[in-house]
Design a protein around this ligand. Structure first.
Ligand code: DAH
Length: 353
């Protein structure tokens, strides 16, 4: 082998050795073999010492070229490895720009909550306070104080969920209606104005609505074990059925945004009112036009109930009503199955906001 072909062979060896290096660290090791202090090129250089001056010149130049060729091969391999590393990194961090972004779901109020807010706003504008009360009630507030003692047949109208924690004399239950709030609110009101009442002066009128959740053992397309009610109560010295009619007609027309809505007060029975009436409404236009739709129970507050509020029924009189916000929501939006409100399906709920 000529001395030049030995040098060419060395460059080839270096190239293939560098090509086999798959990481920068491998490449540094391979580099040391050829270009290191004890490497092959250094060894060749050392061999020059034994040569004549002319030979040194030509041989030295040839070795230098070899060294440069190896350095060139090293640089190329370094760049190739760096590029490969960059490519791998870019692949690993690739963004799929065709992927839909993470959307923020806009929040919104439940349709029944929208109805509740609407009820509160309308009655609020008529001077009604808004009161909240417990969903776990005592037998006294839910029934007895509302003129429905233990043996009263009207009790069987309510399929009651009883809960633990009461006594045989005073069972605890999930309130079957919001009517207990009549008593709770009135008792507080009377307490607040006791001094006035004891002096024989007239207390400020009670004017309140009490919206909230109510419970009965019942479940079908128009009944849910949990449903909503909104109670209304207006007690004063001179509050009459006429006032109930005006207030409730006003409310319904505002709520449904329908000036020509017609109301009908249909004689009924509730233990806590006498006389009692079922309130029906009739739209004059739209898909429900011409049908009587029941929306509330109402009546003049029974003297026994006024007494249980701590007031003298000879002096104070008024009316009460109880309506179903779920039903109002169904009528307002044209929903035909009550259960849709409580299934929690976003596709249904998103339509109301
Ligand atoms: N509490 C009754 C019910 O759940 C509704 C009701 C009727 C409430 C007449 C009233 C009323 O305040 O006067 O069926």
């Amino acid at each position: 082998m000529s001395s030049q072909s030995i040098l060419d062979d060395l460059v080839d060896q270096a190239r293939s050795s560098f090509a086999q290096a798959l990481s920068p660290a491998d490449l540094e090791n391979a580099k040391a073999v050829f270009l290191g202090k004890a490497g092959r090129v250094t060894e060749l250089m050392k061999g020059l010492a034994a040569l004549s001056v002319d030979e040194k010149k030509s041989r030295g130049a040839a070795i230098n070229q070899t060294k440069q060729a190896i350095e060139q091969a090293l640089t190329e391999r370094r760049q190739a490895l760096a590029q490969a590393e960059l490519d791998a990194q870019l692949r690993a961090e690739a963004l799929d720009v065709s992927l839909p972004g993470r959307q923020r779901m806009p929040g919104g109020l439940h349709p029944v909550s929208l109805t509740m807010e609407r009820i509160e706003a309308i009655f609020g504008s008529m001077g009604f306070d808004v009161a909240q009360g417990p969903e776990i009630e005592t037998d006294w507030f839910n029934f007895t104080a509302l003129n429905t003692p233990a043996d009263h047949p009207a009790r069987s109208m309510h399929d009651t969920f009883y809960v633990e924690g009461g006594t045989p004399d005073e069972p605890h239950l999930l309130r079957t209606h919001t009517s207990p709030m009549q008593i709770r609110y009135a008792v507080q009101h009377v307490k607040k104005h006791r001094a006035l009442i004891e002096r024989g002066e007239l207390m400020p009128e009670i004017r309140v609505i009490a919206p909230g959740r109510t419970y009965r053992v019942d479940s079908d397309a128009t009944h849910s074990p949990m449903f909503h009610q909104c109670e209304g109560l207006w007690i004063g010295e001179n509050v009459s059925f006429k006032d109930l009619k005006v207030v409730f007609t006003d409310f319904c027309r505002t709520f449904f945004e329908s000036k020509d809505l017609v109301l009908r007060f249909r004689p009924s029975f509730f233990p806590f009112t006498e006389p009692s009436a079922e309130i029906d409404i009739q739209f004059q236009a739209g898909p429900l036009a011409g049908r009587w739709l029941e929306v509330a129970g109402s009546g003049q507050v029974h003297p026994n109930v006024v007494r249980n509020m701590g007031l003298d029924p000879e002096k104070y009189i008024g009316f009460a009503f109880g309506m179903g916000p779920d039903r109002l929501t169904m009528l307002r939006y044209g929903v035909n199955d009550l259960r849709l409100f409580f299934d929690g399906d976003i596709r249904f709920l998103a339509q109301f906001n």
